[in-house]
Design a protein around this ligand. Structure first.
Ligand code: HEC
Length: 269
C-alpha cells in the first residue's frame, strides 16, 4: 500500500504541465486547469491520498527513459489517464524533460477513479492529446486491486524516430515491407536498422521524381503524401487506411508527429 512518506519523497513528481503550454492555448488551458483545480487540487494531493484511499487506485510508473531531448518542445512524455474513447487526457503527469539519459523515472499517480479507462505512458501534444502510447494499463483489470498498481516498463527510448519505428513501422508496415530476402513491397525495407536508410533522401521506386522522404520537408515527401488524408490514390495500395486503422481517432496526431520528425531532419552533405 502506498504510504504518505513514500508519496512525498518520490522524485520526480510534477503535477501539472502549465509551464509548457503556449500562450495561444491559454484560454483553452484555463478551462482545463479550472477543471483540475476543482477535481484534484494539486496542493492537496498528499492529504487526499491518505484521507480517501477508497477514492481510487494509485498507479506507480517506473521506467528508464532515453531520448528525451529529441522530443521537441511540442511533445511531452506523460503518465496520463484517459476516459473510454477519449483522445484527450483527463490527468497528465509529465515526465520531466530533465530526466537524464538512462535516469530512472518514478511517477506516482494517486486517486485514479472509476471513470478512468486507461492509464498510459504516452507522448502527448500541447493540447494533452494522445499522440503515441508506449505502454498502457486497462483499469478494468484492476477493479478489485487494493495495492499500488505498478507499471514497470524497463528501458524506453522516446527519440522520435525510434518511437515511429517501434510503434508504427513494426506494428503496421513490416508485414509487407519486411526483410524476407528482398526489400519487401516496392523494394522498401522498413525493419529495424533498415528503415531510416531506406527512406531518408532515397528516390521512390514508384513515383518518378519523388523521394520517399525529403529531409526537412514533409509535404514534399512521398511518405507524408501516402499517409495523409486524401492520399488513398497516390499509390496502387491505400496506405492512408493502414495508418487510420491502427490509430483510429488519434491518426491526425500521429501524422503530425511523423511530419515533425521529417521536418526536423537535416539535409546531409
Ligand atoms: C499490405 C501491404 C502493405 C502495407 C501494410 C504497407 N505497405 Fe507500403 N507499399 C505496399 C505496396 C504494394 C507498395 C507499392 C505500391 C505501388 O506500386 O503503387 C508500397 C509502397 C510504399 C512506399 C513507396 C515506396 C517507393 O519507393 O515509392 C512507401 C514509402 C511505403 N509503402 C510506406 C509504408 C509504410 C510507412 C507503411 C506502414 C504505415 C506501409 N507502407 C504499409 C504495401 C504495403
Amino acid at each position: 500500500m502506498m504510504t504518505l512518506a513514500s508519496a512525498r519523497t518520490m522524485p520526480p513528481f510534477n503535477f501539472n504541465s502549465a509551464s509548457n503550454m503556449s500562450r495561444s492555448f491559454s484560454f483553452f488551458y484555463f478551462f482545463i486547469l479550472s477543471f483540475f483545480l476543482v477535481s484534484c487540487d494539486s496542493g492537496d494531493i498528499i492529504e487526499k491520498t491518505t484521507a480517501k484511499e477508497e477514492n481510487g487506485h494509485t498507479v506507480k510508473l517506473t521506467a528508464s527513459v532515453t531520448g528525451m531531448t529529441d522530443l521537441t518542445d511540442k511533445y511531452t512524455l506523460s503518465l496520463a489517464t484517459f476516459k473510454a474513447g477519449d483522445s484527450y487526457a483527463t490527468t497528465v503527469y509529465n515526465v520531466p524533460a530533465t530526466a537524464n539519459d538512462n535516469g530512472e523515472v518514478n511517477i506516482i499517480m494517486p486517486n485514479v477513479g472509476d471513470d478512468v479507462s486507461t492509464v498510459e505512458l504516452t507522448i502527448t501534444n500541447r493540447l494533452r492529446q494522445r499522440v503515441i502510447t508506449l505502454a498502457s494499463i486497462s483499469m478494468s483489470d484492476y477493479v478489485s486491486a487494493t495495492d499500488t498498481i505498478r507499471l514497470n516498463i524497463g528501458t524506453v527510448d522516446v527519440g522520435m524516430f525510434n518511437v515511429i519505428q517501434h510503434n508504427v513501422f513494426n506494428q503496421s508496415c513490416i508485414q509487407c515491407h519486411g526483410g524476407n530476402g528482398g526489400g519487401g513491397a516496392a523494394g522498401l525495407n522498413l525493419t529495424e536498422g533498415q528503415a531510416r536508410t531506406n527512406l531518408v533522401d532515397v528516390a521512390s521506386t514508384r513515383k518518378e521524381g519523388m523521394f520517399r522522404i525529403v529531409s526537412g520537408n514533409a509535404s514534399q515527401s512521398l511518405l507524408h503524401q501516402i499517409l495523409a488524408e486524401g492520399g488513398e490514390e497516390v499509390l496502387h495500395y491505400n496506405h492512408t487506411e493502414v495508418l487510420s486503422s491502427q490509430f483510429k481517432n488519434d491518426v491526425a496526431a500521429v501524422r503530425t508527429f511523423i511530419d515533425d520528425w521529417i521536418n526536423k531532419l537535416k539535409i546531409e552533405n
